[in-house]
Design a protein around this ligand. Structure first.
Ligand code: ATP
Length: 321
């Protein structure tokens, strides 16, 4: 039995070495759904990943990384059709990042779908996915099959689009594909930019009103250092972020999702918890994300459960409001 099964891209983030930006890069295991799988495992919930790497050294390293973090890797495949996907990360002076993908195609697009994957989904409480597996075939069809299957088996479905405009030929198509999945989704996590893009509204307030009209059990809008807003049971719950020294924001959203799902998966009726409990969970997830942005890389930066507990104890008097 798993608490969380995450499906989608697993890839190598090529992170610039400080002081040698543009000339020297270090490979860091990443890919948003893979980050979420590891975040959950580090937080001591049972986690499995469904995805594909190439038959190359980076593929070996990625599988090893997930296994070393106790993520079940029995649904990670190795394709000979493409090399392991690479994403070169560019960091600006504030630690904010953008990506250049080497994926024409990359192995992550060759998602597996068979008896083993169905069994894995059957054996979980939460199924999580993103939008990189919706950009191209064959991943798009497989993702939708998995979604339909997860819904049929009454799993909680979590979606973090993690929109990467450069990977779409056409942003109208991106919107169409993301919208086509929303009807299946119970937990939707959007960044502020994604909310504005999907809603096509001018202001954040208008976009928030649009988000309410989606009528999903939980909608989260993360706002970087400004914290998170959550739509739940027809009300809004929000919390600020923890003040930390930012080193690299790669994976902040994935760390947040990992923190959130790892806690929700332990609730018997996650959509019927009290507002107070949800606020506590949002603060826990924000702490997971804050620790992650204070370190370099995505997966290497994700904290253990013990680290989060120590962090929260230390920040007790400085809780964000
Ligand atoms: P990414 O695409 O990098 O994974 P995202 O855009 O999905 O990130 P953000 O809104 O940037 O997600 O961040 C998610 C959460 O991480 C925030 O709600 C906050 O709790 C935490 N966080 C992000 N940036 C900071 C920061 N500078 N300081 C403290 N916490 C932060």
């Amino acid at each position: 039995m798993y608490d969380i099964v995450s499906m989608g891209e697993i890839l190598m983030d090529m992170t610039p070495v400080q002081g040698r930006e543009g000339f020297l890069y270090e490979p860091n295991p990443g890919g948003a759904p893979a980050n979420v799988a590891v975040a959950c495992a580090r937080l001591e919930v049972r986690s499995a990943f469904i995805g594909t790497v190439g038959q190359d050294f980076f593929g070996d390293l990625l599988i090893h990384t997930l296994e070393a973090n106790t993520v079940d890797s029995s649904c990670i495949y190795r394709t000979s059709q493409a090399p392991t996907t690479l994403a070169f990360v560019h960091l600006d002076k504030k630690g904010e990042r953008s990506f250049s993908f080497y994926r024409k195609p990359g192995a992550d697009l060759f998602l597996p779908w068979g008896r083993k994957e169905k069994q894995t989904i059957e054996n979980t409480r939460i199924f999580h996915f993103g939008s990189l597996s919706l950009t191209n075939q064959p991943a798009r069809t497989v993702t939708k099959k998995a979604l339909r299957y997860a819904k049929k088996k009454k799993k909680l479905i979590s979606f973090d689009p993690n929109l990467r405009p450069s990977l779409w030929k056409d942003l109208k198509e991106a919107k169409r594909q993301i919208f086509s999945c929303l009807k299946w989704v119970d937990i939707l996590k959007l960044s502020e930019e994604e909310l504005l893009f999907l809603s096509a509204k001018e202001t954040f307030e208008e976009a928030l009103a649009w988000a309410k009209s989606l009528v999903r059990p939980i909608v989260l809008i993360t706002r970087g250092e400004n914290g998170v807003i959550c739509l739940f049971q027809e009300t809004i719950i929000s919390t600020g972020s923890y003040h930390v020294e930012v080193v690299d924001t790669t994976g902040a959203g994935d760390a947040f999702v990992g923190g959130l799902l790892s806690q929700l998966s332990q609730e018997e009726r996650p959509f019927h918890i009290s507002r107070e409990r949800l606020l506590q969970i949002l603060k826990w997830a924000s702490a997971v994300a804050a620790i992650t942005v204070s370190r370099r890389g995505a997966i290497p930066a994700l904290p253990s459960k013990e680290e989060v507990e120590k962090f929260l104890a230390r920040y007790q008097e400085h809780m964000p409001s």
